[in-house]
Write a protein that binds this ligand. Structure first.
Ligand code: UP5
Ligand code: MG
Length: 195
């Protein structure tokens, strides 16, 4: 019998690599569900819940929020969208080993992860994009001090997770340096069996 598990595609890449931009296009054209871990955390922080201060501190310092918090938000988000037989893009997660282990424990085999996307771009390009975005984003981590910390965390903690999926043969690397439409055409190729 065919698997009725939801399919989850994690989307990883440095700050400004285009994760959110490309996910939005997949939603619009192919009806994927999109959960941005960063957006969910910012929403939770703004709600003023008991975890708000901790989340905000992590965001400003470019550190990774404890997985119990993030995983619960993702799970709730998936349930809200309707759990079964869906294609989910989960953007900006898992960012470190703690995230990976926590997800495996809580969600694990109840979903299929056919592959992950790695949006590849160089830091100069990503810095230029974020500095431009900072004029309108209102994000309190879109400044050069926080950005440097976000890059360091990405290199030290998130790249090992990308490498882990690579060794499993489950990483699809996308050149994120080109125009938005060119990048999207590559996603369409990579997702060919799923759209
Ligand atoms: N842009 C996009 N693509 C372009 C292209 N091809 N050509 C030219 N311009 C392009 O894009 C950024 C900007 O670049 C936009 O202005 C866009 O128009 C332009 P975007 O698609 O927003 O990039 P994205 O990769 O989504 O960048 P983002 O800043 O969201 O990435 P981060 O990974 O830094 O942010 P996120 O929201 O995922 O996380 C923020 C913080 O939350 C983390 O630092 C961490 O503290 C915390 N967090 C956790 O602790 N745990 C989690 O699981 C997730 C987040
Ligand atoms: Mg984003």
């Amino acid at each position: 019998t065919p698997s009725l598990k939801p399919q989850v595609f994690f989307v990883l890449g440095g700050p400004g690599s285009g994760k959110g931009t490309q996910c939005a296009k997949m939603v619009e054209k192919y009806g994927f569900a999109h959960l941005s871990a960063g957006d969910l955390l910012r929403e939770e922080r703004d709600s003023g819940s008991e975890t708000a201060a901790l989340i905000n501190q992590c965001i400003v310092e470019g550190k990774i929020v404890p997985v119990e918090i993030t995983c619960q938000l993702l799970k709730k988000g998936m349930e809200k969208q309707g759990w079964a037989a869906k294609r989910f893009l989960i953007d900006g997660f898992p960012r470190n080993q703690d995230n990976y282990d926590g997800w495996s424990k809580v969600i694990g085999d109840s979903v299929d992860v056919p592959f992950i996307l790695f949006m590849d771009a160089d830091e100069d390009t990503m810095i230029a994009r974020i500095i431009e975005r900072s004029k309108t984003s209102g994000r309190n981590d879109d400044n050069i001090e926080s950005l440097k910390k976000r890059f360091a965390t990405f290199r030290n903690e998130t790249m090992p997770i990308v490498d882990l999926y690579e060794t499993m043969g489950k990483c699809r690397k996308i050149n994120g340096l080109r125009g938005i439409e060119e990048v999207f055409a590559d996603l369409e190729t990579v997702f060919a069996g799923f759209i």
